[in-house]
Design a protein around this ligand. Structure first.
Ligand code: SF4
Ligand code: FES
Length: 377
């Protein structure tokens, strides 16, 4: 693991990596059809050691990182998670565990609480056992409900997440009721973004505009009904928008993702982008990676932009959208995000949405597969 930090003064215009995402492993007991992990998981089989992760956290903290998300895959499959949380807490991070809940026994929850874990985000796939278990290809629905009780019992804020798509959008009211029953203080209803396995399954997941409008109206009705009892966040899918999201808040701006094999990425989906020389924390200090590497500078600022972004007065707001989406849809990672109605390739997005019902008739839905042996829940 590359150790020292000899470059405390960043180059002009480079900020701090405020948000560190530690993807501890790609192993996962679930097989979700919308998982954002890379489809080619075999490329990432050798995981960083405990000592490597401690060094990553130390260097990133020194560089200014304040929030640390432990993610995966399922981070609970790492039996050193408590040790990593304890070290993160000691370094002064605000720590967040992003989990399916599988493996969060009361005993383990207590150990993580004692280690200083600040926050747990629990995912559900749906409000019904049938769809939850179908989408994840596991029998985990009842277990997740027990884990929700465990989270409450350990006095963490109850934060739930449910990825929305064609199959569960009609259940959004029941999903909210379930969250309220389980005592959630925050519910993120995140319409699926088409990366990783969700890109493979996009025709099956693509909703209709009518489904989205109905779901949004239901969410708004619940907001008015419950007030501040539970905050409901409804993240609209950008395929149905005229402007792209400000992905990663701008490339190399605040977000630093470290993959299980040590690859450092400005976005957790950057592995497949062509032309990027992704650095590895095993070989290079994080300050060098963040400030000077080709990959982190490739789409920083505005110099890389093509028209229409280059002369667009909205470029400081959305930074030209998402590089991964631009590549997947147009084949050019530097293109204007085709979600934008100003993009000359916007019609491709319209076409994806329009043709999804017909295309899904002839292709199967694919569950995420994992090349590493791991226990099914
Ligand atoms: Fe954003 Fe580019 Fe569209 Fe302008 S043209 S709104 S900068 S994506
Ligand atoms: Fe990679 Fe948007 S998901 S830049």
């Amino acid at each position: 693991m590359a150790g020292s930090i000899n470059t405390p003064t960043p180059p002009v215009g480079v900020g701090q990596p405020l948000w560190l995402l530690a993807e501890l492993t790609y192993r996962c007991p679930l097989h979700c059809v919308f998982c954002y992990n890379p489809v080619q998981l075999k490329q990432a089989s050798s995981e960083l050691t405990t000592a490597d992760w401690v060094e990553v956290m130390r260097q990133a903290r020194q560089l200014g990182a304040a929030q640390l998300g432990f993610s995966g895959g399922e981070p609970l499959v790492r039996d050193d998670l408590e040790e990593l949380v304890q070290e993160a807490h000691r370094l002064g991070y605000y720590t967040n565990l992003i989990t399916s809940g599988v493996g969060l026994t009361p005993a383990r929850a207590q150990r993580l609480k004692d280690a200083g874990l600040d926050h747990v985000q629990l995912s559900f796939q749906d409000s019904t056992r049938e769809l939850n278990d179908f989408l994840s290809h596991t029998k985990t629905f009842e277990l997740k409900k027990k884990v929700a009780q465990t989270i409450k019992a350990h006095d963490w804020p109850m934060v739930m997440n449910c990825v929305l798509h064609r199959h569960n959008l009609p259940h959004v009211g029941q999903i909210i009721e379930m969250a309220l029953d389980l005592g959630a203080e925050y519910l993120e209803l995140a319409n699926v973004q088409y990366y990783g396995w969700a890109w493979v399954n996009r025709d099956h997941l693509m909703p209709t505009r009518a489904q989205l409008q109905e779901a949004e109206a239901v969410v708004q009705g619940w907001r008015e009904h419950i007030g501040k009892q539970c905050r409901l966040l409804f993240v609209v899918p950008d395929y149905f928008e005229e402007r792209p999201k400000a992905c990663m808040n701008g490339w190399g701006s605040v977000f630093l993702s470290i993959a299980p094999d040590g690859l450092a990425m400005p976005c957790h989906n950057a592995r497949d982008l062509p032309g990027l020389q992704l650095p590895n924390v095993r070989e290079q200090p994080i300050a060098d990676i963040w400030q000077r590497s080709q990959a982190f500078n490739a789409y920083r600022g505005q110099d890389w932009m093509q028209e229409p972004c280059r002369s667009c007065d909205e470029r400081y707001k959305d930074f030209g959208g998402c590089r991964c989406q631009a590549f997947m849809v147009t084949g050019d990672a530097a293109a204007t995000d085709p979600v934008c109605s100003k993009s000359p390739q916007h019609e491709k997005i319209v076409e994806f949405v329009r043709r999804a019902p017909e295309r899904r008739q002839s292709i199967p839905i694919v569950h995420r597969s994992d090349p590493q042996p791991c226990a099914r829940a």
